[in-house]
Design a protein around this ligand. Structure first.
Ligand code: AMP
Length: 110
């Protein structure tokens, strides 16, 4: 946990946020500024700054994030119609919160 990290504080429960799902390793909540009718964030509980900081030890949690993304798409009833699973990587890739997260976006015509 990083003291000044927004998503660490959400994971800890210090910022009131409804979790749509919580597993041992990840939480899922709605994006506060949605870019599509369905816009969820799948966030590891452990602080990982960015895709660029992943190590071998993170293989399990990254697989869990993808599986939860797939499961949340089904739960939100967008699996068949289709959806995006997206990592923004570093500032140039659009990353603004430096705690790893996977965007699940669906429900609009791209
Ligand atoms: P990124 O640009 O990939 O770093 O995405 C960060 C995302 O976090 C953005 O889509 C924000 O809208 C979202 N976000 C920022 N603060 C919150 C919050 N308190 N609760 C939910 N989502 C948030």
């Amino acid at each position: 946990m990083e003291k000044d990290c927004l998503f660490c504080n959400i994971v800890k429960g210090d910022i009131d946020t409804e979790f749509l799902l919580e597993t041992e390793d990840v939480v899922v909540f709605k994006d506060i500024n949605p870019h599509a009718p369905v816009h969820l964030l799948i966030v590891p509980k452990r602080h990982i700054r960015s895709i660029n900081d992943l190590t071998d030890a993170d293989r399990t949690v990254v697989a869990e994030m993808l599986m939860v993304g797939k499961e949340m798409a089904a739960q939100q009833q967008v699996a068949e119609a289709g959806y995006k699973l997206l990592f923004n990587v570093e500032h140039g890739g659009g990353q603004r919160v430096f705690h790893l997260h996977l965007h699940l976006l669906a429900g609009k015509d791209w």
